[in-house]
Design a protein around this ligand. Sequence first.
Ligand SMILES: Cc1cc2nc3c(=O)[nH]c(=O)nc-3n(C[C@H](O)[C@H](O)[C@H](O)COP(=O)(O)O)c2cc1C
Length: 240
Amino acid sequence: MYVNSLNVLSIYFSVFIFVVGNKMIFSMKKFFLLSACCAALLMSCNGECSKDSTVCKEPDKSQIVYENIMTRRSVRKYHSQPVERSKMDTIVKCGINAPNGMALQSYEVRIVDDSDFINGITEIYKRNNPEAAQKAGFKNPFSNAPTVVFIANDKNYDLSQVDCGLLGGNMILSAWSMGIGSCCLGGIVRFMNENEEAAAYLNKLGFSEGYELLYAIGFGYPDEKPAAKPRRTDKVKYID
Ligand SMILES: Cc1cc2nc3c(=O)[nH]c(=O)nc-3n(C[C@H](O)[C@H](O)[C@H](O)COP(=O)(O)O)c2cc1C
């Protein structure tokens, strides 16, 4: 069991409140004795401890990051509530802290959790793709997500699409670490860029001159646990 300093402090104060609550005379001597015990416990938390101890070392950060990456999957079935804006703020903050070419931050990001907006595009999409809309579980063409992030690239910077991809990668992984699923979306963006009826919604996103909608990412609380798709390790080679 991992016990950090906060756990120890909360145990300490619980004991303190219990003692005072029971109207015991809490002498300075007892106070210092309790302090010494807690200090010893805190010191034992500092770094290594034996495997079978109840007070263990802090979890390995690299293992946490690895697990987060390896367990992430694209989600296409969600609970209906949009992701809280406070959580989206954190997710986007992680996104814009991704590496970016020449520190240009050559992207623009729009977050939509307005059901009128999503339903409006969905209706246009359904009219144009009746067969796709009839698939079981279809709610909207954003992989059924209740919150959608639209990402535009700067057409005047040749590596802008890399910036946009890294931004999205950070958002997807930070979301996953918070229990929030996501799915990258290329198909609906192609539709929005080409369909005349969808132009009104594209305009609503208000991207600056010189920026073009590149892709979107749907976010929401997962209502499925998709299996991992196999990855081709033969695509990767060391050059000796
Ligand atoms: C650029 C890009 C575009 C994508 N477009 C779509 C899409 O339009 N619809 C969709 O359902 N999934 C889309 N995906 C998700 C991929 O299908 C998914 O990442 C891939 O199958 C691997 O599965 P995983 O993410 O669960 O590992 C897209 C992913 C990327 C990176």
